[in-house]
Each structure stands twice: as structure tokens, then as C-alpha cells.
Write a protein of this length. Structure first.
Length: 101
């Protein structure tokens, strides 16, 4: 049985969320923003919602471990900070994978 390292598993999880975000966006539509800040530890990925007929606001949809979607205002500094952290984590995993090859 193959052993998968924790960083590789996290990378695969984040990649899966990104790949399926286009399909999920058709099902999940934010109509208002959630209140309060979401701790980075509760975020497993995100998708971007743009203004269109059914979705009346631009939003960042954060995905949590329990399958919950949290709608956030992309104009809020904390939202962009969480996205920056997630992107840095993915980049670090990519770099680590390249170095191990």
C-alpha cells in the first residue's frame, strides 16, 4: 500500500477544490455575505463568484472541511489575506514537490 505524505494530501485536496469549483459554482450561489471573519484553519479552498443573472453579487466562496460554503466580500482585506495565504501554501507545496524530484 502506498504512503502519501501530509503535504501531498493537502496539495491534492486544494487542487481538487480548485478543479471542481467551476462545477460547484453552478450549484452554489451567494446572495449575501456571511458575517465575521473565517479563521484560516477552517478554510480548505475557495472559488470565485462573479456577478451574473442568478448570482447578484461578486463573492469569494470559502469551502470548509464539513462541506459548508461561506460567502465573503472580496473587497474586505481579511478575505484577500486568506486567499494570499492559500496561494502561498499551494506554491510552497509545488516548490517542495519540484525539489524532491
Amino acid at each position: 500500500m502506498a504512503h502519501i505524505s501530509a503535504p501531498a494530501l493537502v496539495f491534492c485536496l486544494i487542487l481538487s477544490v480548485c478543479l471542481f469549483s467551476q462545477q460547484a459554482s453552478a450549484l452554489a450561489c451567494c446572495r449575501k455575505y456571511s458575517r465575521g471573519e473565517l479563521p484560516i484553519g477552517l478554510i480548505r479552498g475557495y472559488s470565485i463568484q462573479t456577478l451574473r443573472k442568478i448570482c447578484n453579487i461578486d463573492a469569494i466562496i470559502f469551502h470548509t472541511p464539513g462541506g459548508k460554503n461561506v460567502c465573503a466580500d472580496p473587497a474586505k482585506p481579511w478575505v484577500m489575506d486568506r486567499i494570499r495565504i492559500l496561494r502561498e501554501r499551494v506554491q510552497a507545496l509545488k516548490n517542495k514537490k519540484l525539489q524532491s524530484q
